[in-house]
Design a protein around this ligand. Structure first.
Ligand SMILES: [Zn+2]
Length: 139
C-alpha cells in the first residue's frame, strides 16, 4: 500500500500507484473501478485528474515558507537555509550559499552541499557551517 498525500497542485488526497504497464502514476484512492466486485473485476485506481487550485498552492507555499523561516530563525541546518562556512579547511572560511543537500559521509558524519553565491556546489561537514542570518536579512 502506498501512502496518501495532498496533491501539490490542488490539495486532493492522492497516492502513487503502479499501472499494469509498470508505470508510476498519481491515483485518487477513493475512485476504484470494480467496487464491491473487486475479486472478479480488475481494480485499477483512477488516475488523478488535477484541477490546479491556486489558493491551495499559495497556502501550501506559505506554510512551507513559514516552516523554513522558523527553521532558519532557530539556526537549523535545513535545505534552502542560507549558511556561512566558519571553519574547516577544504572550503574557504567565509564562503556563503544555500544548503542544497544534507547527508552523511562514509563514516556517518553529517555533511552538507552548499550552492555558493557564484553557483558552484561545494560539500563540507555540517559542523563547519552555521545559518547565515545576516545574509537572510539582506534578502
Ligand atoms: Zn492535483
Amino acid at each position: 500500500m502506498s501512502t496518501q498525500f495532498p496533491c501539490r497542485d490542488c490539495g486532493k488526497s492522492v497516492e502513487w500507484r503502479i499501472s499494469k504497464a509498470g508505470k508510476k502514476y498519481l491515483a485518487e484512492p477513493w475512485l476504484w473501478y470494480g467496487g464491491a466486485y473487486s475479486e472478479h473485476v480488475k481494480t485499477i485506481p483512477a488516475g488523478h485528474r488535477c484541477t490546479p487550485n491556486p489558493t491551495w498552492k499559495a497556502e501550501a507555499a506559505a506554510r512551507a515558507g513559514a516552516a523554513l523561516a522558523a527553521d532558519i530563525a532557530a539556526g537549523n541546518i535545513v535545505k534552502q537555509a542560507p549558511v556561512i562556512v566558519y571553519k574547516g579547511r577544504k572550503v574557504p572560511v567565509g564562503t556563503t550559499g544555500i544548503i542544497t543537500w544534507i547527508g552523511e559521509d562514509n563514516y556517518g558524519a553529517a555533511r552538507v552541499g552548499i550552492r555558493t553565491d557564484s553557483g558552484d556546489v561545494v560539500y563540507t561537514a555540517q559542523a563547519n557551517v552555521k545559518v547565515n542570518l545576516i545574509n537572510e536579512e539582506a534578502n
